[in-house]
Write a protein that binds this ligand. Structure first.
Ligand code: ATP
Ligand code: ZN
Length: 283
């Protein structure tokens, strides 16, 4: 049975399980079990620390895994990155004390940099011809400058508020990360088929994300204008209503432009506008 490694707790746990659920793979009691089977899909979940996931997948202990791209890069894991998953976004950045004058990467020459990501940092420094000392710290990297352990840090940033509260400023964004689906490089044919099905479902889920299904009634005179306002996968669906001269128009729109479209449609005479959540789009 195909096995997928997931973070047991922490930032990616819930969203990984939610993503699987949204594509019809519901794990049985993932909070309490280390190894759990899906209720309605031939797959089992292995719940572990995120740091271990790249190796678990590269060794084949699990054929698939969901983990931050940062962990895959740091562990230099030999795995396929199948697709990005659109959550767990963050970056790894260089940050220095706020009071320092920063004019470029040469600032780091000869400095001590604290980090939990020595591999990614060493690669970046080498590429840029900077010689600095890397101090490996696990845990609260951001306190290293104040504690006198380092001159700068290389750490995960999402909003930047942790940096500010430690008197630091972000000066170089080095690595962009988000959660990714990874796969073992030597999967069996059988496992590959399951992976194809999972990727197909993830794609349809991603396509539907941020989109709404819109339907409304329109007088015949407004149809031409409405079709211009509402692009659709082919063209909007049009159905005649029982009352003569009126139509029901259906379309899919991006949530970001929803309210502009609704306003424009009302202005040309649309009535009874319904906005409906979309679950999947199969193109
Ligand atoms: P574990 O106990 O599984 O080892 P952890 O404490 O190492 O967990 P988390 O803090 O749960 O890890 O972060 C997991 C992943 O979430 C990170 O590797 C990164 O890809 C992503 N992430 C997104 N935003 C942040 C953030 N602000 N801080 C840390 N990680 C983040
Ligand atoms: Zn971890």
């Amino acid at each position: 049975m195909l096995r997928i490694a997931l973070q047991s707790k922490g930032r990616l746990n819930e969203q990984s399980l939610e993503l699987l659920e949204s594509i019809g793979i519901k794990m049985d009691d993932p909070k309490r079990k280390f190894l759990t089977k899906a209720k309605n899909f031939d797959i089992e979940g292995l719940l572990v620390r995120d740091d271990d996931i790249p190796q678990i997948v590269s060794s084949g202990t699990a054929a698939l895994g969901i983990v931050g791209l940062n962990e895959v890069a740091e562990r230099e894991a030999e795995v396929y990155i199948v697709c990005k998953l659109g959550f767990g976004g963050c970056r790894i950045s260089l940050a220095i004390p706020k009071s320092e004058n920063y004019e470029g990467l040469s600032w780091f020459e000869g400095k001590r940099i604290a980090t939990s990501y020595p591999v990614i940092l060493a690669k970046f420094l080498k590429e840029n011809g900077i010689k600095a000392k890397i101090e490996v710290i696990t845990g609260s990297v951001e306190i290293a400058p104040a504690a006198g352990i380092a001159d700068a840090i290389f750490d995960i940033v999402s909003s930047g508020s942790t940096l500010v509260s430690n008197g630091l400023k972000e000066v170089e964004r080095v690595f962009e990360s988000e959660a990714v689906l990874i796969a073992n490089k030597e999967m069996s044919e059988e496992d590959k088929e399951v992976l194809d099905e999972i990727v197909f479902r993830i794609d349809s889920y991603k396509t539907s994300k941020g989109k709404k299904y819109l339907l409304m009634n329109l007088p015949e005179s407004a149809l031409e204008e409405a079709i211009k306002i509402l692009p659709a996968m082919r063209s909007p669906t049009l159905l005649p209503l029982a009352s003569k001269g009126w139509y029901s128009l259906h379309s899919v729109v991006d949530e970001s432009s929803l309210w502009d479209k609704v306003r424009a449609l009302k202005a040309i005479g649309a009535e009874g506008i319904l906005v409906i959540d979309l679950d999947k789009i199969i193109l």
